[in-house]
Design a protein around this ligand. Structure first.
Ligand code: NAD
Length: 344
C-alpha cells in the first residue's frame, strides 16, 4: 500500500513513520512536509535511505505541489501536517488558518480528484474545549474550541465532514489527547520541562498548574493511527485517549523526581489567556471497535522519555540552537532531491 504522510517530519509523524517502517512491511511511505520550525528531518535520519521511504518538501496548502505529488498514485493519506503550538497561535493565528484549514481543504480536494481510497485526518481533543470536572466528551459532544489553534482544527474537521457528506470521501477522523515521547520539540510541556531541568533552569508553570491533560505515549497513538488506517470506518470520528487525566503540576513533579532535581525549580508564571482547564475523552468507541488499548503506563512512558532526552542531549541541543535546520539543505537540496526533481 502506498501511503502519503503529511507532517511526517514533526513529532507524531516521525514516530509514526518509524513504527510503520518497523512493523508494517506492506506499507511504502512518502513523507510530505514543509519543514517549518517544527519539522526536523534529523528525526528520520536513521530511515532516510530505506527503500520503503522517501521525503518531499512541500506546503500542504500549495495546491499545485499537492496535486503533483498525489498524481503519483496513493492508496491512503495520513494527514498530520499542522501548526500545533497554542502559544504561537495567540501570537499570530494566520499560519494556523493557512495550514490547518486551507491546507486540509487543498488535501481533501486532491484526495477527491485522484480517487485516493482512504484518508485518516488527525484532529485533536482540543476541538471540544474544556471539559467540566468529572465529565468526559464522547464523539457527539459540541465543538467549542478556545484558542485559534483549536478553532483552526475544528474548522478543518468541519471541512472533512463536508467532503465526506457531499462527495463520499472515505475519511476517518481521530481526536486524540496530548502525546509525549521521543522527538517532541522542546517548546511543548514535557520536553521543555526536561530540557530546563537538565540544565537546572527554572520550570515555568502556567497559572496554578492544575490544568488536567490525559497523556498518551506517542507510540501508542501511532499504533492507533495505524489501526484507523487498516480498519477505521470511513466517515466516523474516533476519540483516542489513555483514560487517566492528571494535572500539569503532577506531571512536572513526577519529572523532577525522575531527574533527581528539586521542586524549587518550579516557577509559577502568568497563565496563558483562555487556557483550557481540563481535557477528558470517552474513547470507548475506538477501543471497542478497533480493539486498541494503550500498551504503556504513564509512569513507564515518562521514565523512558526522560531517558530518551538524556541519551539524545545533542538532538535536544540542536533543536534549541536551530542547528537541525540545515539537515535538509545538506541531505536533500545539495543532492538534487527536491520537489523540482519529483518523479510525478
Ligand atoms: N502533539 C500532540 O499532543 C497532539 C495531540 C492531538 C492532536 N495532535 C495533532 O497531531 C498532528 C501532529 O502533531 P505534532 O505534535 O506531531 O506536530 P508538530 O508541530 O511536531 O509537527 C507538525 C509537522 O507539520 C509540518 N507542517 C507544518 N505546516 C505545514 C504545511 N503547511 N505543509 C506541510 N507540512 C507542514 C511541520 O513541518 C512539522 O513537521 C497535528 O495535526 C496536531 O494537531 C497533536
Amino acid at each position: 500500500m502506498k501511503v502519503l504522510v503529511t507532517g511526517g517530519a514533526g513529532f507524531i509523524g516521525s514516530n509514526l513513520i518509524h513504527l510503520m517502517l518497523a512493523e508494517a512491511p506492506d506499507l511504502e511511505i512518502t513523507n510530505l512536509d514543509k519543514l517549518t520550525y517544527a519539522g526536523n528531518l534529523e528525526n528520520l535520519a536513521d530511515v532516510a535511505d530505506s527503500s520503503r521511504y522517501r521525503f518531499v518538501q512541500a506546503d500542504v496548502a500549495d495546491a499545485n505541489a499537492v496535486d503533483r505529488i498525489l498524481a503519483d498514485g496513493f492508496d491512503a493519506v495520513l494527514h498530520l501536517a499542522a501548526e500545533t503550538h497554542v502559544d504561537r497561535s495567540l501570537e499570530d493565528a494566520a499560519p494556523f488558518l493557512r495550514t490547518n484549514v486551507l491546507g486540509t481543504q487543498v488535501l481533501l480536494e486532491a484526495v477527491r480528484r485522484h480517487g485516493v481510497k482512504r484518508m485518516v485526518h488527525i484532529s485533536t481533543d482540543e476541538v471540544y474545549g474544556s471539559a467540566p470536572p468529572d465529565a468526559s466528551f464522547d464523539e457527539s459532544a459540541a465543538l467549542l474550541p478556545s484558542s485559534p489553534y483549536s478553532a483552526s482544527k475544528a474548522a478543518a474537521d468541519l471541512l472533512v465532514f463536508s467532503y465526506v457528506h457531499t462527495f463520499g470521501l472515505p475519511v476517518v477522523i481521530l481526536r486524540c489527547t496530548n502525546n509525549y515521547g521521543p522527538y517532541q520539540f522542546p517548546e511543548k510541556l514535557i520536553p521543555l520541562m526536561i530540557a530546563n531541568a537538565l540544565e537546572d533552569r527554572p520550570l515555568p508553570v502556567y497559572g496554578d498548574g492544575l490544568q488536567a491533560r490525559d497523556w498518551i505515549h506517542v507510540e501508542d497513538y501511532s499504533r492507533a493511527i495505524l489501526a484507523a488506517l487498516r480498519a477505521g470506518r470511513a466517515g466516523e470520528i474516533y476519540n483516542v485517549s489513555a483514560g487517566r487525566p492528571r494535572t500539569n503540576l503532577e506531571v512536572i513533579r513526577t519529572l523532577l523526581a525522575l531527574l533527581g532535581k528539586p521542586e524549587s525549580l518550579i516557577t509559577f508564571v502568568q497563565d496563558r489567556p483562555g487556557h483550557d482547564r481540563r481535557y477528558a475523552l470517552d474513547s470507548s468507541k475506538f477501543r471497542d471497535e478497533l480493539g486498541w488499548a494503550a500498551r504503556r503506563s504513564f509512569e513507564e512512558g515518562l521514565a523512558a522519555t526522560v531517558e530518551w532526552n538524556r541519551a539524545n542531549a545533542a538532538w535536544l541541543e540542536r533543536c534549541r540552537s536551530g542547528a537541525y535546520r540545515d539537515y535538509y539543505q545538506r541531505h536533500y537540496v545539495d543532492r538534487g532531491k527536491t520537489l523540482a526533481s519529483w518523479q510525478g
